[in-house]
Design a protein around this ligand. Structure first.
Ligand code: NAP
Length: 532
């Protein structure tokens, strides 16, 4: 492993898809950069999330870098939705292909970063005692990388093995013959429960909020489909960047409203999208996340599928969500609801009476003890802010923790007033988690690259978002969210999953308009930034 350099143009924190491309993009412009990464290899999310069934539910041909046409042509995806091991292999291939590892210091955690206003440089301190000076500090720490492990009373007294889906053991887990508790029913649980159930003696799922899931209809990719996409990759990538979510141009979103459709038309459209599978289900009509009545038509279609799939009406009822579909991240599944027909799977509702305690032998709810050998926490992440706040970033007068005490505030999701020369890739206030993450990452990396090139060209050495631009941006992000149904449920987008976390709708809706705004800010001479 390389020794960290003492002085570079940029320190990048994180070697997932964001950090890797940022390193490559800066190098191409002749900058020096040092990446720090906690893990022992690249991959970020796909390094850590090795739980059974982990896959990306953005299609593999689109959940991949577009910056290198050669990379795009040479890499062969095998399935419609790539598995975690395949995506990790892809990340490793990218690291090899672009010789990235020589500037990445693995097994190293950044502990603090301090900005010195006299030199306009950051000093970055790591847990191995190194100090690196850099003009720019680039946070590529991921949106879903700080795990949320609820502080249940007695949690640490459990005598069996406990796992969190987001920090799964590399050697895998054999659940054969085991009684397993799974806590949580979000995307990670929906993917892992059907597979754990095939192995375990018994699985008990503890559900606080039922979840909407649409079928993945995963399949091997046909050679003809791959060839077709590869022949027109440039057009597909460009078309994806004109969408609201940064992917899916191959199954365009409906432009009409569900409120204008007849019941027969609605049924046909939902049937069609259900049969196609995947997240495009919610793209059927333009108003599904704007109009509650329209949303209800899409929600009710899924509810009927659940009731038709699950044999026991009481279990089906418990599994049936009542809230708005899509205001929590829609899940994509393979046999999730049907898994509850298995004799070795049971469901415990913890919506009214929360998990009381973890005992040495299992999980206690409402005075009932569920004895298990293993507990799987599929309880999600301290999303978007968790990993950023773990780094003690200190501006000249204020730390990031102080700046975000009442919730995250950014300008463009790229920059924070009070923390000069610091950029956040896919930070709060940018579309990030509401999009194809790789599209968003590429757009941010390219914007940051162009910004630092422009600064070098003009002899500028300090950039900071103004307070006014940041205030206006935060108001704008909130205004956009308030036009939709997104704030209507307790999602992690709002920070509602982590007790005590300020409730702020963190991502911005709409990739294409956002990219246009970023371009305009740059074209206007980095409007909203103070440059020295
Ligand atoms: P999540 O969506 O936040 O789900 C966490 C689950 O744990 C929820 O069901 C939550 O219930 C439950 N939970 C949390 N605290 C609890 C408590 N104290 N008691 C009982 N239940 C509790 O986390 P995730 O499933 O890891 O997914 C996070 C995000 O990662 C996804 O939304 C998605 O963006 C991404 N992801 C994507 C994929 C994919 O592409 N296929 C796969 C996995 C994850 P409540 O709903 O009541 O809070």
């Amino acid at each position: 492993m390389s020794e960290p350099r003492q002085s570079v143009d940029a320190v990048i924190i994180g070697a997932g898809f964001a950090g890797m491309y940022m390193l490559h993009a800066l190098r191409e412009q002749g900058f020096t950069a040092q990446v720090f990464e906690v893990a022992d290899d690249v991959g970020g999310t796909w390094y850590w999330n090795r739980y059974p069934g982990a896959r990306c539910d953005v299609e593999s041909l689109e959940y991949s870098y577009s910056f290198s046409p050669e990379l795009e042509q040479e890499w062969e995806w095998t399935e419609r939705y790539a598995t975690q091991p395949e995506i990790l292999r892809y990340a490793q291939h990218v690291a090899d292909r672009f010789d990235l590892r020589r500037d990445i210091r693995f097994n190293t955690r950044v502990q603090s970063a301090d900005f010195d206003d006299t030199t306009t440089r950051w000093t970055v301190a790591t847990d191995d005692g190194s100090r690196t000076s850099a003009q720019f500090l680039i946070m590529a720490v991921g949106c879903l990388s700080s795990t949320n492990l609820p502080n249940f009373p007695g949690r640490d007294t459990f005598a069996g093995a406990s796992y969190h889906t987001g920090t799964w053991p590399h050697e895998g887990v054999d659940f054969t013959g085991k009684r397993v508790a799974v806590i949580g029913t979000g995307s990670s649980a929906v993917q892992s429960i059907p597979i754990i159930a095939q192995q375990a003696q018994h699985v008990t799922v503890f559900q606080r909020t039922p979840t909407y899931a649409v079928p993945a209809h995963n399949r091997p990719l046909a050679a003809a489909e791959v060839a077709e996409v590869k022949a027109h990759y440039r057009e597909l990538r460009a078309a994806n960047r004109l969408t609201m979510v940064g992917y899916g141009a191959r199954s365009p979103r409906g432009e009409t409203n569900a409120s204008d459709a007849s019941p027969a038309e609605l049924e046909a459209e939902y049937e069609r999208r259900w049969a196609a599978g995947g997240l495009s289900y919610l793209g059927g009509y333009a108003d599904l996340l704007l109009n509650k009545d329209s949303n209800e038509t899409a929600a009710e279609f899924i509810r009927r599928q659940i009731r038709a799939t699950v044999n026991d009406p009481a279990v089906a009822e418990l599994l049936t969500p009542t809230n708005v579909v899509g205001c929590k991240r829609l899940c994509v599944d393979t046999g999730y609801y049907a898994t509850f027909n298995r004799p070795n799977v049971s469901l415990v509702d913890v919506s009214q009476q929360p998990i009381e305690e973890i005992t040495p032998r299992g999980v206690r709810v409402a005075g009932v003890d569920y004895e298990v050998d293993c507990i799987v926490y599929a309880t999600g992440f301290d999303a978007m802010t968790g990993s950023l706040l773990k780094i003690n970033a200190n501006g000249p007068e204020i730390s990031l923790q102080q700046a975000w005490e009442a919730g995250p505030r950014t300008y463009l999701g790229l920059s924070v007033h009070g923390l000069p020369n610091m950029f956040t890739i896919s930070g709060p206030g940018s579309p990030s988690v509401l999009t194809n993450m790789i599209t968003s990452i590429e757009q941010h990396v390219e914007w940051i690259r162009d910004c630092v090139v422009a600064m070098r060209d003009k002899g500028l050495h300090r950039i900071e978002a103004t307070e006014q631009a940041q205030d206006e941006w935060v108001d704008y992000v909130n205004m956009v969210a308030d036009m939709t149904l997104f704030p209507t449920c307790n999602s992690w987008y709002l920070g509602a999953n982590v007790p005590g976390k300020p409730r702020v709708f963190m991502p911005l809706l709409g990739f294409a308009p956002y990219e246009e705004q970023c371009k305009q800010v740059a074209a206007d001479g980095y409007r909203g930034f103070a440059l020295v």
